[in-house]
Design a binder for this molecule. Structure first.
Ligand SMILES: [Zn+2]
Length: 50
């Protein structure tokens, strides 16, 4: 859980286009901006250094 509960809730329902990094609603199959199907869920946790 982050600092902003609302933001957390939003993040859980968002996917990011790998191509143009536009935000799309979770469940969508194609990016609304570029039509790419390369989508990933937005990270909720803090990113650990690779
Ligand atoms: Zn896109």
């Amino acid at each position: 859980m982050g600092k902003f509960a609302l933001a957390d809730e939003q993040l859980g329902r968002i996917v990011i286009c790998r191509k143009c990094k536009a935000r799309n609603h979770a469940g969508t199959l194609k990016c609304r901006k570029c039509g790419s199907v390369y989508l990933r869920p937005k990270r909720k946790e803090k990113r650990v250094k690779k």
